[in-house]
Design a protein around this ligand. Structure first.
Ligand code: 9MR
Length: 367
C-alpha cells in the first residue's frame, strides 16, 4: 500500500473506500502525561502470546543507537522493512546487493530474534529494469532465479516469508481480482503460483505467507478482498503448492471501525484451511483526528484494541508486528498528510523515542 493509492485517497470522499521479551520497565509515558487507558489490568490473555515484531528501516537502524537498543530490549521478531525488496537487492540485473539486509539479519540473529522476510514479489518497489520486462518466459526465469537466490541464501535463517505482497486489487469490485503491475500483466494469475512454488523449493522448512492490506473492516470492498485471498489460498492448495499463512498488514484508519464479526469469520475460514494468521504492518493512520496528541493517542489505542481483540478472539496469531517503532520514521506522514502541521502519531514510540500508550497496549497482547 504505497503511492499507488494516494490519488484514490485524495479523490474519495467516502473514507470507507479509501483505501519476547517481557515488558521490562513498561511505564506509560505518553505525551501529555498519564492517560486513562481503555482496558483493565485484569484483562485475561492466553499463556501463548505472540511475539512483538518490529519492521526495521535501515537509515535509523544505522544512525540511531537508541533504535537498536529498543529493538534489543523489546522486539521478539525482526522484519527488514525495505532491505529485502527487489528495489534494494537488484539495482542491476546481474548483481544482488545483500549488504543492507545482512546488517539487519546479522543483528537479529545476534539477539536471538527470529526474522520475517518481506517481500519476494510486489507490484511496487521494483527496479525499473524489471518493470520493463515484456517477455513472460524471461520474467518467469528472473522471478524463479530471484527467489531461489534470496530464499536460498537465508534458508534456515529466515523463518517466514511474505512470498507475495498486495497481489489483490485495491477494489476487486471495480478493478477485477488482481493487482495490476508487471507480475500480473506479463505472467497472469500464475505469478502467485510461480512465486510460492519457487520459495517452497528454495527452503522447504520456511513458512510461506501471502500478505495484504484492508482486510479488517466489513465494507463490501473488504469482503471482496477477503474472498480474493481465500480463492488464492484454495487454488494453491488444490495445486499442492505450499502456503502456510496470511499476513494482515493492519494499516488501520482511526476513522474506521474493525468489522468484528466479519474479521473473525475470515480468520476462522483461514484457520479451517489450515493457515496461520499474522499481523504484519500494524500502525494507525491518524490524519483525520484532531491535533491534540492526548486525544489522538487515545483514539489510536482504541482503534488498535478493537482490532486486536477481534483477531485474537478468532484464535492465536503468529506475531503482532508494527511497521516501524518511532513516529519519526513512519511512512504515514508522507502518504497521509494532515491538513494541519501536527505530526502523525501512528506507532508505539514518538519522534523522540518516548514510549506511547500504544506500546503499553501492544505489550498486553504480546510476549
Ligand atoms: O514503509 C515502506 C517505505 O519505507 C518504502 O519506501 C515503501 C516502498 O518500498 O514501502 C513501505 O512499506 C510498505 C510495505 O512494504 C507494504 N505495505 C505497505 C507499506 C507502506 O507503504
Amino acid at each position: 500500500m504505497w503511492m499507488r493509492n494516494l490519488s484514490n485517497f485524495q479523490s474519495d470522499n467516502r473514507l470507507e473506500l479509501l483505501t519476547r521479551r517481557s515488558a521490562i520497565g513498561v511505564i506509560s509515558a505518553g505525551v501529555g502525561g498519564s492517560l486513562t487507558l481503555p482496558w483493565s489490568i485484569s484483562d485475561a490473555f492466553s499463556a501463548t502470546k505472540p511475539p512483538f515484531g518490529v519492521a526495521v528501516h535501515l537509515d535509523p537502524f544505522r544512525n540511531e543507537p537508541i533504535f537498536r537498543e529498543l529493538l534489543k530490549k523489546h522486539a521478539g521478531l525482526i522484519v527488514p522493512m525495505n532491505a529485502l525488496k527487489w528495489a534494494s537487492l537488484r539495482h542491476t540485473e546481474g548483481k544482488f546487493d545483500f549488504g543492507g539486509a545482512d546488517e539487519i539479519i546479522d543483528f537479529a540473529e545476534a539477539n536471538g530474534q527470529p526474522i520475517h522476510g518481506h517481500a519476494l514479489l510486489w507490484y511496487h518497489a521494483n527496479p525499473s529494469w524489471i518493470d520493463a520486462v515484456t517477455s513472460p518466459q524471461l520474467l518467469e526465469r528472473l522471478l524463479n532465479e530471484h527467489i531461489e537466490t534470496v530464499v536460498g541464501r537465508y534458508a534456515g535463517r529466515i523463518a517466514t516469508w511474505d512470498v507475495v505482497n498486495e497481489v489483490v486489487a485495491h477494489d476487486p469490485l471495480t478493478q477485477g481480482k488482481w493487482r495490476k503491475g508487471v507480475w500480473h500483466d506479463i505472467l497472469g494469475p500464475r505469478h502467485v503460483e510461480i512465486a510460492f512454488a519457487a520459495a517452497a523449493k528454495a527452503d522447504p522448512n520456511c513458512r510461506l505467507f501471502i500478505n495484504d492490506y484492508d482486510l479488517e473492516d466489513d465494507s463490501l470492498r473488504t469482503e471482496a478482498r477477503q474472498r480474493a485471498i481465500l480463492q488464492i489460498v484454495r487454488r494453491l492448495q488444490k495445486k499442492n503448492i505450499p502456503i502456510h499463512g496470511v499476513g494482515l498488514q493492519a494499516h488501520l484508519y482511526a476513522e474506521r471501525r474493525t468489522g468484528r464479526e466479519n474479521l473473525i469469520k475470515f480468520v476462522r475460514e483461514l484457520k479451517t484451511l489450515g493457515l496461520e494468521v499474522a499481523v504484519t504492518e500494524l500502525d494507525v493512520i491518524d490524519w483525520k483526528l484532531s491535533a491534540d496528541p492526548v486525544v489522538r493517542d487515545r483514539a489510536v489505542v482504541a482503534t488498535v484494541k478493537e482490532f486486536l481483540d477481534a483477531i485474537t478472539e478468532a484464535g492465536p496469531v503468529r506475531n503482532i508486528t508494527t511497521w516501524g517503532l518511532s513516529d519519526k520514521y513512519s511512512w504515514i506522514k508522507d502518504v497521509f498528510p494532515r491538513d494541519d502541521s501536527a505530526i502523525a502519531r501512528p506507532l508505539p514510540f514518538d519522534r523522540d523515542w518516548n514510549q506511547k500508550p500504544l506500546f503499553d497496549l501492544i505489550k498486553k497482547y504480546t510476549q
